[in-house]
Ligand binder design. Structure first.
Ligand code: FUB
Length: 453
């Protein structure tokens, strides 16, 4: 019998383990979309859900100027994720042109606010915008920009236990902070501080969280003034400092983009660090993917440096990413309602209502799906129909794929109908639904499950 050399055996076993961990890799997660700059939140009114507010990279780009919109993702178990679609775009912000860069979110006085930054058309300057929604998943409506902040790139808002809100922002090697007025639309100028000298090698992207009564300001730094960025942090006794630099909590890792940008949050008793990489785009620094890792403190309150784990925060479980698009969101989420309207009289819908009124042949409802690469996906539509009806469904950037006269059976109230596989192209895809003349058909939401690991 042929004897196997022990080193050949160990080498083969290692190769097998490496391949298996790559296949099971959950870090990056939500690989079907390029998203970056994750701001993670667990809102006090629902501690069972973790929310991520992110910027969005366009497939094929080689420039951060081509960032135009934001997404929201949620999870209840850190394994399965829901993408709530586009929640704000430069097209909906009358004062802005482009550069939809890093964002944050705030839950205040019963509303949810997206705190974002875009280039102002009039001045070419970064402004820190504010947009509002009744629900954490948006979409959000722009209500203006924060007065008193110039070059307001990469905003972060920290709301302290006494409900006072603080804004931090940073760009091009500087970082500032100030207390916000209650409506979040202006700063208290007398509180403004330049934190640059307190934050060793700071470049941009501040994030603030509290641990054991101390304020931790984490940020992307440029070590020795050289790219790529690495994630550092500093600590203070008060929200506006003074801060003391403490260390590097995400040093350079294989697959890291030129930038990194992070947030830190406690969910179900565990500290998590979110950030981004260029692992899915295989080295394209402007096409980034979401990363998450467990984070641990030393007894003295310092953070143990993180080496990103291919299994991320899933403990090895394989999860599913679903894109959940509410039919009634229409234009603010990149969709359209033509000849149809939103109603709320039949209970049992999700979101703010459902779309109905298909009383002439051309009436339709359309949603926007954004993905990183060409891929197939499963499409389900939750609907209610009192009789069998034919549906036309068009899919893609140019509506080149679809079904005509697809027979759909009458439902018993609201039902999720599985429509099978649809082809998606890298970038923006529309899904348009019409049902000839069937005014009684009601559409609640579209569920798109990308077939992309
Ligand atoms: O994503 C665009 C920019 O890249 C962010 O605003 C910066 O923090 C860097 O991540």
């Amino acid at each position: 019998m042929k004897r196997i050399n022990i080193s050949t055996f160990l080498y083969t076993a290692c190769l097998f383990l490496m391949l298996a961990s790559k296949l099971a890799a959950q870090n990056p997660f939500n690989k079907y979309i390029y998203a970056a700059d994750p701001s993670a939140h667990v809102w006090k009114n629902d501690t069972t859900t973790l929310w991520l507010y992110t910027s969005h990279d366009v497939p094929g780009t080689n420039h951060h100027a081509t960032m135009f919109d934001y997404h929201v993702f949620s999870t209840k178990d850190l394994v399965n994720w829901t993408d709530h679609g586009r929640v704000l775009s430069v097209d909906d912000v009358e004062w802005a042109t482009d550069y939809a860069w890093a964002i944050d979110a705030v839950n205040r006085h019963g509303k949810y606010y997206l705190i974002f930054c875009m280039h102002e058309t009039k001045t070419g300057m970064f402004r820190t915008g504010v947009a509002v929604s009744d629900v954490p998943q948006g979409p959000f409506k722009n209500i203006g920009f924060i007065k008193g902040v110039e070059w307001g790139q990469d905003p972060c808002v920290y709301v302290d236990d006494d409900n006072r809100a603080y804004l931090y922002w940073g760009a091009g090697g500087a970082c500032s902070a100030a207390e916000l007025n209650d409506d979040l639309l202006s700063i208290k100028p007398e509180t403004k501080r330049n934190l640059t000298k307190e934050l060793f090698e700071v470049f941009e992207g501040p994030w603030v969280h509290k641990y054991n009564g101390k304020y931790y300001l984490s940020y992307p730094a440029l070590p020795g003034n050289k790219w790529p960025e690495q994630m550092y942090y500093a600590v203070a006794d008060k929200p506006l400092g003074p801060f003391t630099y403490k260390g590097n909590y995400i040093p350079y890792f294989e697959g890291q983009a030129g930038t990194n940008h992070g947030s830190i949050v406690k969910f179900k008793g565990q500290w998590l660090a979110f950030h981004h990489s260029m692992i899915v785009s295989e080295g394209k620094s402007e096409q980034r993917s979401l990363m998450a890792d467990f984070m641990f403190y030393n007894p003295d309150g310092t953070i143990k440096p993180i080496v990103p784990n291919p299994l991320g925060i899933t403990g090895g479980k394989t999860g599913k990413s679903i894109i959940h698009l509410e039919a009634e969101n229409g234009v603010p989420a990149g969709g359209k309602l033509v000849g149809t309207q939103v109603e709320t009289s039949i209970p049992g819908f999700s979101g703010k209502g459902y779309v109905t009124g298909f009383d002439i042949r051309q009436d339709y409802v359309e949603v926007l799906v954004q993905v990183a690469k060409d891929m197939n996906a499963n499409l389900k539509i939750r609907l209610s129909a009192e009789a069998d009806f034919p549906a036309d469904i068009l899919v893609g950037p140019f509506m080149l794929a679809g079904w005509s006269g697809l027979p759909i059976k009458k439902t018993n109230g609201w039902e999720e109908i599985d429509l099978g596989t649809i082809p998606l192209k890298a970038g923006d895809n529309k899904i348009r639904f019409t049902c000839h003349k069937n005014p009684n058909v009601k559409i609640d939401y579209f569920l798109v499950t990308p077939d992309f690991k």
